[in-house]
Ligand binder design. Structure first.
Ligand SMILES: *Cc1c(COP(=O)(O)O)cnc(C)c1O
Length: 393
């Protein structure tokens, strides 16, 4: 028996464990201090009432012989795919329900989708980046090429015609940088992908945070994207499903490579290796798209958006360069006084008792930057930003 040795090539991720160790060492030494955590990318508000009621009804159905359900349809229940189809129609994107695939989250699909592509593909990944894109490729032994993001392009890298690529990862609004592509910028990516006969893997996990009507929610709002992009989306950040687990991936019929429809390969992959998302969870997800569900979910997003606004305002007041803070639950700030990411982490923890995430944990180009999240409590967010402002101004 031999193991997949590519796993040994993965960089050990010490990011969140190092943060946890440093924070617990600090709180043990200073039990009287109130430490405010703005580091973790997880939601804190509960599931909304519309979702909870829908799931409770579904639980009751599962307990009755007449309404019990076993294995569900492979691509997800039609009621949920049709609700998602209407959601896209609201952005002016016409999809058919069979172009939508329900899953247990975007992370799974982003990893699993690699099953249907040749190992020979050249992969382009932004840096800094959500680590899943890099690690899932390295696990298969496929090297990645980095696309440099930085202050010079406001962390929104654009295509370079001299670089050859087959698979391109884009995430907008972005984790960790909070930056979001405009329509014109995404159109340039679509154009590049078409010229290269490449495929864009578009992560839209934060689309619900887009508030600027000029910015796209979906890559399919860009002409031509249906023949060169797969879109990954999730109820995690939109509706607080991080622990409930539901997402969806869109593979338009127009996506054809080497004369093969990608959706056929994906359906085959899913029916072979995946048995679907619980009926109860899919009913909960469906409720997100009802008028009450939308109103409730948008109220929670408004709460996080207000935190982001407070954070952005504080950084502006002390003249700190940052991206995000709008159209995103993240603020990505430049560390003051040329400090590196971990030096600033230590200073912020020790002198302001605020925890964030060092940018260097998301790739080399994140060095010197720092991520703060808007998923916390409103009062604590205000307090944390007041402390930060005092520290650096
Ligand atoms: C949170 C997040 C997701 C969502 O993942 P799930 O598996 O659906 O919870 C996807 N992409 C990015 C960049 C994220 O930050």
């Amino acid at each position: 028996m031999k193991i997949n040795r590519h796993y040994l090539e993965l960089q050990e991720s010490y990011l969140f464990s190092t943060i946890a160790k440093k924070v617990s060492a600090y709180t043990a030494a200073h039990p009287e201090k109130e430490v405010i955590r703005m580091g973790i990318g997880d939601v804190t508000l509960p599931l909304c009432p519309a979702v909870v009621c829908a799931m409770q009804r579904a639980v009751a159905e599962m307990g009755e012989k007449a309404t019990f359900r076993g294995y569900g349809p492979e691509q997800g229940y039609a009621f949920l795919r049709e609700a998602i189809q209407s959601h896209y129609a609201g952005y002016g994107v016409a999809l058919s329900a069979d172009e939508i695939f329900i899953s247990d989250g975007a992370k799974s699909d982003l990893g699993n989708i690699l099953d249907i592509f040749s190992l020979e593909n050249r992969v382009l990944v932004p840096n800094p980046v959500y680590p899943v894109y890099v690690d899932t490729n390295l696990m298969l032994g496929r090297p990645v090429t980095y696309l440099n993001a930085g202050e010079e392009n406001a962390f929104l890298p654009m295509p370079d015609d001299t670089v050859q690529a087959d698979l391109i990862y884009l995430c907008s609004p972005n984790n960790p940088t909070g930056a979001a592509y405009t329509r014109e910028q995404l159109a340039q990516w679509v154009d590049y992908a078409q010229k290269q006969h490449a495929l864009i893997l578009f992560d839209a996990a934060y689309e619900a945070f887009v508030s600027d009507p000029a910015l796209p929610h979906s890559i399919y709002e860009i002409e031509g994207a249906k023949s060169c992009a797969i879109e990954f989306c999730s109820f995690s950040k939109t509706a607080g499903f991080t622990g409930t687990r539901c997402g969806y991936t869109v593979l338009p019929q127009a996506l054809q490579f080497e004369g093969v429809q990608l959706s056929k390969l994906w359906l085959r992959r899913q029916t072979t290796k995946f048995n679907g998302v619980p009926y109860i969870v899919q009913r909960g997800a469906e409720a997100v798209f009802t008028p009450e569900g939308q109103q409730q979910v948008m109220q929670a997003i408004a709460y996080y958006r207000e935190n982001a606004r407070v954070m952005a305002q504080a950084l502006r007041a002390c003249g700190v360069w940052f991206t995000g803070g709008e159209n995103s639950p993240y603020v990505w700030m430049k560390c003051p006084d040329g400090m590196d990411s971990w030096a600033f982490f230590d200073r912020l923890l020790e002198e302001a008792n605020v925890v964030g995430t060092p940018g260097s944990g998301f790739g080399e180009n994140g060095e010197g930057f720092f991520r703060l999240t808007a998923f916390g409590d409103a009062e604590k967010t205000k307090e944390a930003m007041a402390r930060l402002q005092k520290l650096i101004s």
